[in-house]
Design a protein around this ligand. Structure first.
Ligand code: LMR
Length: 333
């Protein structure tokens, strides 16, 4: 072997491990299940743009939208195994990890509006929930907003008895499971990528989701009646594999944290308008009847779903629920 090659090899062997990162871009695979044209889809692309810019190309973010790499359950396993480094699942999907406290976020009408949701998650409780993930080898970086759920079927859903006997797709939340049971329907957990076909073929009769997801997954094509109930909030936790994250060179991690903070501001700023626009688009197609509940119908639905609060208190403790109620309902409660 040439002497110069030998010297180069000897020098390479002496380099500290972190320097290996400096040789070629660090790749972060970011998998998610929704379309690119949604708040989360756009947020992931914004993070990619900023992360690559702030790190001067030392980090490359590969975004895999629309379940193109993994479906819901698989992606969480893949994160733990290190096959992907970043995800943004809805917090409703954290129960299988054994972090039941996240369930409280799915309580019906927990958040009065977007502002109270945002205030709660920016506060201590959001960070407290992230601490719960640490034992699972997962680090929480940010919460991304996607507005409130609507509910739909091929019949009008205006009062509790309208739900009786219908099968509803749910994403994994034990709370959604309970509230659909409270009104006599049959909830079924199903991966997001399978919902359209399940609605089309009648495997399930209905579903719940935000307007941006109804639009981009075309659920409105296979659901005649959509109720703008805004009964529960959909939020995501952007999470990374802790081992990967803590192993990054500190300067790179700082730049990525800044990219995440900026992408989070962007996503949370656009989420409300994106969903308003999506609802207007769905209305324009004329394919579904879209209704809002009258104040009387709204209060009958709230009453029917209210027992879920007691069930959840048994699972996650009343203090956590009180914390949310304090943050979100302010002085009025
Ligand atoms: C769902 O599975 O219904 C949603 O949580 C998908 C998503 O990530 O918005």
């Amino acid at each position: 072997m040439h002497r110069r090659q030998l010297v180069a090899m000897a020098l390479a062997a002496m380099l500290p491990l972190g320097t290996a990162f400096a040789q070629s871009p660090i790749v972060i695979k970011f998998s998610h299940v929704v379309a690119e044209n949604t708040p989360k889809g756009k947020g992931a692309l914004k993070f990619k743009e900023l992360a690559e810019k702030y790190t001067n190309g030392k980090v490359k973010i590969e975004v895999y939208p629309n379940s193109s790499l993994y479906k819901d359950k698989e992606e969480i396993e893949a994160l733990q195994l290190g096959s992907v480094q970043m995800l943004a699942p809805s917090t409703a999907k954290f129960a299988p990890l054994g972090v039941k406290e996240f369930e409280a976020l799915d309580l019906p009408w927990l958040f009065k509006d977007e502002a109270t949701y945002a205030a709660a998650m920016k506060g201590q409780v959001g960070q407290w929930l992230f601490k719960k993930l640490e034992a699972k080898g997962i680090t929480g970086l940010a919460y991304w907003d996607n507005g409130f759920h609507m509910v739909s079927a091929n019949r009008p859903l205006l009062k509790p008895s309208d739900f009786e006997g219908l099968k509803f797709r749910i994403s994994g939340s034990k709370i959604a499971d309970q509230y659909f049971r409270n009104v006599g329907s049959i909830p079924q957990i199903m991966a997001f990528s399978e919902v359209y076909q399940a609605l089309q073929t009648g495997v399930v009769d209905g579903c719940e989701n935000t307007a941006s997801n109804y639009l981009t997954q075309k659920f409105y094509e296979v659901q005649k009646d959509i109720t703008v109930s805004y009964h529960a909030h959909l939020q995501y936790a952007v999470i990374v594999n802790s081992k990967f994250w803590s192993g990054l060179p500190p300067d790179i991690r700082t730049q990525l944290e800044k990219a995440m903070a900026d992408a989070t501001d962007y996503t949370n700023q656009i989420a409300h308008q994106e969903n308003e626009d999506a609802l207007a688009e769905i209305k324009k197609t004329g394919k579904s009847e879209i209704v809002s509940l009258t104040p009387e119908q709204d209060s009958a639905m709230r009453k029917a779903l209210d027992p879920v609060y007691q069930d959840v208190a048994k699972r996650v403790g009343q203090p956590l629920i009180d914390e949310f109620l304090k943050e979100t309902r302010g002085a009025t409660n």
